[in-house]
Design a protein. Structure first.
Length: 225
């Protein structure tokens, strides 16, 4: 593919894309966004998050600068190598390069209790090119704290400089309520490496109904309103 978007977008795809995320338009950069509603992720409530140019949302306190900009060893492991102790939603974590082309955008839409944050990596290339370009989106829904991952034109083979790209979620080192069975740190990998190209044109939903996150592909409409 590699177009800015597919002719027929995936289910629940959101346009227009909104405004640029301040601080997330550079190489290995991120910016903080306050989304104004409570989103519970692995048992912890958040009202804001860091948006990374390298394809992820990171939950960490605002202040002190971007807490994580890793562009290599892009594995969801809750250890190093990988995301380490960082609590993360990876739309497609790899070494993206917005200075070459594209942008990272966000918007807030909806009314209580159906508000959502929509973050889109629009036409971004891999480092240090200007093309080919890929477009994908993460939505955080106030309703049931649903996570929606959508892919609307990917021009990748699933690897960058030998590192597998990753899509999914990770609790980091947090072991509180909802982090997984038995209070252990948890990882949910949607796709990695050679599985990544098959995401193109697809939408998947991740929902935690009390026993850990479950991936839903065919019945997202139950959770997306």
């Amino acid at each position: 593919m590699g177009l800015q978007s597919l002719v027929s977008p995936p289910p629940f795809w959101q346009t227009p894309y909104g405004t640029n995320v301040t601080g997330a338009q550079g190489d290995d950069s991120c910016g903080f966004v306050n989304f104004g509603f409570v989103f519970t992720f692995y048992g912890r409530p958040y009202t804001g998050a860091w948006i990374g140019s390298n394809g992820y949302i990171l939950f960490a306190p605002n202040g002190g600068g971007c807490p994580f900009t890793q562009y290599y060893e892009t594995f969801l492991t809750n250890s190093s190598p990988g995301n380490g102790g960082h609590t993360m939603i990876a739309g497609l974590w790899t070494d993206w390069y917005p200075p070459g082309a594209g942008s990272v955008k966000f918007k807030l839409i909806g009314l209580p209790p159906l508000r959502r944050l929509v973050v889109t990596w629009v036409g971004v290339p891999e480092y240090s090119a200007s093309s080919p370009n890929s477009t994908f989106q993460i939505q955080l829904l106030e309703f049931l704290n649903t996570i929606v991952l959508s892919y609307n034109g990917l021009a990748v083979n699933g690897f960058h400089d030998g590192d597998a790209m990753s899509a999914g979620i990770a609790s980091g080192t947090f072991t509180g309520y909802g982090a997984g069975y038995g209070g252990l740190p948890s990882v949910k990998v949607v796709a990695t490496g050679a599985q990544i190209p098959a995401l193109d044109g697809r939408t998947t939903c991740l929902v935690n109904l009390g026993t850990g996150y479950i991936q839903y592909d065919q019945i997202c409409s139950i959770f997306v309103h």
